[in-house]
Design a protein around this ligand. Structure first.
Ligand code: PLP
Length: 385
């Protein structure tokens, strides 16, 4: 965080992160996954909300196992939760053994088993293996795993966890879910793997067959939609609220256009007192991770924002630092007139305009929007345990 974003009076945008909602989301997922252990995936700075704040909260809620993408993230988790179990999904990177050892990080091995066992020596440092069951992204091919078992290399150095990852869990009817589950189960049964994990957030909602010994939710912890059906009806609590300061309120006549490219033209207003429309220009833009593709044009509406719980449409393109919304039809519009708009903030993402709705308007998913939130926001963490 830079010093500019520490004083809210200097900030154009503010980001409020509800740690109580994060804890509640973990508790709900923990409950839904029954007897399985519920871990937390906190890669990419806990999906953008901040490892240093998210991890202690999750620990207090009862979470004991954390997954990160990279060893550097694991070092940060170790500081935030000294007694946690920490897995590194990237596996074991060359020349980094001391980092894993000194911070007790456990690699999730895909292909580097020889290097890891050699580096560990007699110490039997804990690690996991990820099996390839159909996603074809990261994971050890089953044939390699079988050869490894036969070779005896890991006979005295068994993995502490065996995982695989579902490619299509957000689409419950996709045949790959059951295929991957069956393939994974066959192998872990055959080799009597003692601690196994398959489900991400969406996998938890596929039901107990997918829960194994441990589940690995990410997005649902942060309030994002895990499954397609959550786009309409999300059981998770929203964790982030993004607001942008109003910088100017102006009246614009029909026929004029708004913003770069002049891609959106002002339509006549229904207001009794004039044909003009009333626009508010806000202090946030694509450099804050409010994606340019969320903008609006004559051809296609963009995202919505909200003020006092009432939605208002974006108008025109999203600029680097600015975005414009059409306030004309807001019931409290009179309370923005004169200089009354000063010190007013407009919700861009939050309780009225959900993360996944904005993501959808921008042609992407909640994950990308969350992990893109820029560094200029004034951040406030509320409701810590
Ligand atoms: C990111 C990730 C998760 C978490 O996925 P969500 O969809 O965010 O719940 C779980 N497992 C692995 C291997 C991952 O890479």
């Amino acid at each position: 965080m830079n010093s500019l974003s520490e004083n809210v009076d200097l900030a154009g945008g503010r980001l409020t992160i509800d740690l109580g909602a994060l804890a509640d989301n973990w508790r709900l997922l923990n409950q839904l996954s029954g007897a399985s252990e519920c871990s937390a995936v906190v890669k990419a700075d806990a999906y953008g909300i901040g490892i240093e704040q998210a991890v202690p909260t999750l620990w207090k809620a009862g979470c004991r196992t954390f997954f990160v993408a990279l060893p550097g993230e694991g070092v940060r988790v170790r500081k935030a939760a000294p007694d946690a179990i920490i897995y590194v999904l990237a596996g074991y990177l060359p020349r980094t053994f001391e980092i894993y050892r000194d911070h007790a990080l456990r690699p999730v091995i895909n292909d580097e088993i020889n290097a890891w066992i050699e580096a560990s020596g007699e110490n039997n440092f804990p690690y996991a293996i990820q099996l390839e069951t159909g996603m074809n992204r990261l994971g050890m091919p089953i044939s390699d795993f079988e050869a490894l078992r036969k070779s005896g290399l890991i006979a005295s150095h068994q993995p502490d966890l065996v995982i695989s990852h579902l490619a299509c869990a957000d689409t419950p009817d996709h045949p790959l879910n059951e295929q991957q589950r069956a393939e994974f189960q066959k192998i872990v049964d055959r080799y009597a793997c003692k601690y196994t994990s398959l489900a991400n957030s969406a996998g938890i909602f596929l039901g107990p067959d997918y829960h194994n010994d441990l589940v690995r939710p990410g997005i649902a912890l942060y309030g994002g939609a895990a499954a397609d059906e959550h786009l309409q009806n999300n059981p998770m609590r929203p964790v982030i609220c993004v607001e942008a300061r109003i910088l100017q309120v102006k009246s614009v006549l029909p026929g004029a256009s708004v913003g770069y490219g002049g891609v959106e033209t002002i339509r006549p207003s229904d207001r009794p007192d004039g044909r003009e429309r009333i626009l508010a220009t806000l202090s946030a833009g694509y450099s804050d991770g409010y994606l340019r593709s969320a903008g609006s044009s004559d051809k296609q509406p963009g995202a919505c924002a909200a003020w006092r719980g009432v939605r208002v449409p974006l108008i025109g393109r999203v600029s680097m630092d600015l975005v414009t919304v059409d306030m004309t039809d807001h019931p409290d519009i009179d309370q923005l007139m004169g200089d009354k708009w000063q010190d007013e903030w407009i919700e861009l993402i939050g309780p009225t305009v959900p993360l996944d709705e904005v993501a959808c308007s921008a042609g992407t998913i909640g994950y990308e929007l969350l992990t893109s939130l820029g560094t200029r926001y004034h951040r406030t963490y509320i409701n810590d345990l």
